[in-house]
Design a protein around this ligand. Structure first.
Ligand code: OAD
Length: 229
């Protein structure tokens, strides 16, 4: 199985990668739905929606400040590094910035970036990791929010359009560490109709049946074998 997948990756001209929280699990970043997943102790509707922010901005800002602090301490793992060596565009649902730190290019962040602070007053954007969302905007005194996509919000238009274009045109799509249940991101794998789909995930997902090859295991172990040959 792995030999066939490796051969497809090596011979294809257009390879694309779609990742989810599972690629960062071995860096210590909690996934959303697995054991110890982020949403286990926090109901997403309490924290990751525009309504939650309107109701209790301080609670939402504090939670994201905590997560922003954690993310700066995580390091890319061997899975991120293998994908960077593969050199294919990475479409990610993750907001942790680890693909960029591993050297992947381009990285399309369809759910935004936790490293970005955005002022809800003047729209000012700030990537300084020392910025605290609980502090007022340095420019206008407005409230800061994280540059991530919340439940009920639309995806960044241009990034999404590019992700659709890349998925539809690729010959091989490598899908890593996503439960493939959150739309529209999960629809990208279904758009790749002409592509061979390789899934890397320790668990079965709704995508597994449609994948041409399902490699059951951890990204940090399988991806280096898949990319190195
Ligand atoms: P999930 O937490 O739903 O799924 C993580 C997937 O990673 C599961 O299928 C696990 O089996 C798999 N996994 C766990 N450890 C792994 C490892 N070491 N190697 C490979 N795979 C592993 O995360 P996502 O699918 O990314 O959206 O969730 C999608 C979206 O739901 C997130 O982007 C977020 C959330 O709500 C927003 O915040 C908008």
């Amino acid at each position: 199985m792995i030999a066939k997948a490796r051969e497809w990756l090596q011979s294809a001209e257009r390879v694309a990668v779609l990742t989810g929280a599972g690629i960062s699990a071995e860096s210590g970043v909690p996934t959303f739905r697995g054991p110890g997943g982020l949403w286990r102790n926090h109901r997403p509707e309490d924290l990751a929606t525009p309504e939650a922010f309107a109701r209790d901005p301080r609670l939402v800002q504090e939670w994201y400040d905590w997560r922003r602090g954690l993310v700066s301490r995580y390091e890319p793992n061997s899975g991120h590094q293998a994908l960077a060596r593969l050199g294919a565009p990475v479409i990610t649902q993750n907001v942790d910035g680890l693909h960029q730190r591993a050297g992947s290019e381009p990285v399309l962040e369809v759910h935004g970036s936790i490293g970005l602070a955005v002022c809800t007053g003047c729209g000012r954007e700030d990537r300084d990791p020392r910025t605290l969302l609980v502090e007022p905007c340095a420019g206008c005194g407005g409230k800061l929010r994280p540059g991530v996509v919340w439940f009920g919000e639309s995806l960044p238009e241009e990034v999404w359009a590019e992700a659709v274009r890349i998925s539809a045109a690729c010959e091989v799509l490598l899908v890593v560490g996503t439960s493939a249940v959150v739309y529209p991101a999960a629809s990208l794998a279904r758009l790749a109709r002409r592509a061979k789909v390789i899934e890397v995930n320790p668990e079965e997902t709704p995508l597994s049946g449609a994948a041409h090859v399902s490699l059951r295991g951890k990204a940090g172990e399988i991806l280096p074998q898949l990319v190195e040959g």
